[in-house]
Design a protein around this ligand. Structure first.
Ligand code: SAH
Length: 340
């Protein structure tokens, strides 16, 4: 049965019209679903009995099943089991400036990046809207916290689940629903070029991050399969279009991998790619996993890479590491749970 959390505001209003109710009556449901986060229609005490009965025949309202929580001081990880026995994970991070959640967009991933745990497990399916939204609802309810920002950087490639991500953006940013400002939502892609154009044209105000991870095609071809289809020049062209269209700053994510992409030469090449553009570079110390030989660049290397960018007037930060004690690398918790 269709889960009610699969509906956007328009869908719910149309549903109300279809059952002979006034459109604005849909409003009553929002606070039950997104504020009080109830998991039973019977708890919706101010909704007409006949409507409740209709809702019960047409929709389920179950929340995701939380099967495991790992805790650290600033980071918690949550493992969810979905209705078909698949697992996905979310991460809650407490920063000085608020609480953010990292959500998964697919079960597994087909992008096949050579450093990423998520990609070792091929895509099983896309997450439905209710499963995307469900991660936010469940974690927020379980921890009794308000979520201030959301990053779609968990398992999966969000632009490979574009239709549901578009609906997710609507639900997340709608003041009547989850109500998180556009600027507090970030979608991260490995660089599916046609979707970057489409995303730009949507003009949602939502942030875009790109997993670049290499300053030239030779290196990127080796570590990211997606580069065989979409070369760096094409990605950069698409980003130029995005920036022109939205006037929003793009985040360039760059994992630091020892001996692969961390040389001074790489840093200078990266400078040439981003210089003068509305972009900022986030250097990410690689989270080593047992399944890959890849090593994290040492702190000295990361610092000198950073210094080269900085001295060339590039906006750059080194990502603060969180959750190192947990199975924190992207997709690790799920992989460990399934013993894959
Ligand atoms: N498919 C999307 C979002 C999911 S991956 C994308 O590629 O952007 C989220 C980010 O985590 C990406 O930048 C990815 O490259 C990075 N990542 C994956 N494995 C990692 C690891 N072991 N250590 C550090 N970052 C990792």
């Amino acid at each position: 049965m269709n889960n009610i959390y699969n509906l956007t505001i328009e869908d719910l209003e149309n549903y109300f019209l279809s059952i002979g109710e006034k459109k604005f009556k849909a409003l009553q449901l929002y606070s039950w679903l997104y504020e009080k986060k109830v998991n039973s229609f019977d708890l919706m005490s101010d909704v007409k009995k006949t409507v409740i009965e209709r809702l019960k025949t047409d929709f389920s309202i179950e929340h995701l099943k939380l099967v495991k929580v790992e805790r650290d001081t600033e980071v918690n990880k949550y493992l969810f089991e979905l209705y078909d026995g698949s697992f996905v994970e979310s991460v809650l991070m407490r920063h000085d400036y608020g609480t953010s959640i990292c959500v998964s967009s697919q079960v597994g991933c087909n992008m096949g990046c050579s450093f990423c745990e998520s990609g070792r497990l091929k895509k099983v399916r896309d997450l439905a809207l209710a499963e995307l939204v469900g991660q936010v609802i469940c974690v927020s309810k379980y921890e009794q916290v308000r979520i201030d920002s959301i990053v779609v950087m968990g398992i999966g490639e969000p632009f490979d689940n574009f239709e549901n991500i578009k609906r997710f953006i609507k639900v997340v940013t709608d003041p009547k629903m989850i109500n998180i400002g556009q600027r507090h939502l970030t979608i991260s892609t490995c660089g599916l070029v046609p979707k970057i154009y489409e995303f730009a044209d949507l003009e949602t105000g939502v942030n875009l991050a790109i997993s670049l991870h290499a300053p030239n095609n030779e290196i990127r071809d080796k570590i990211m399969k997606v580069n065989h289809g979409f070369k760096i020049e094409k990605v950069m062209e698409a980003l130029d279009y995005y920036i022109k269209k939205t006037n929003r700053r793009v985040t360039i994510e760059y994992i630091m991998l020892e001996g692969i992409n961390d040389s001074d030469k790489c840093a200078h090449e990266l400078v040439n790619l981003v210089k003068g553009k509305l972009m900022y570079v986030n250097l990410i110390p690689y989270n080593e996993t047992t399944h890959f030989e890849l090593k994290r660049s040492n702190d000295f290397k990361i610092k000198s890479f950073y210094d080269i960018l900085k001295s060339n007037d590039i906006n750059v930060t080194i990502r603060k590491e969180m959750g190192g004690n947990l199975s924190a690398a992207c997709g690790q918790l799920r992989a460990n749970s399934e013993r894959l």
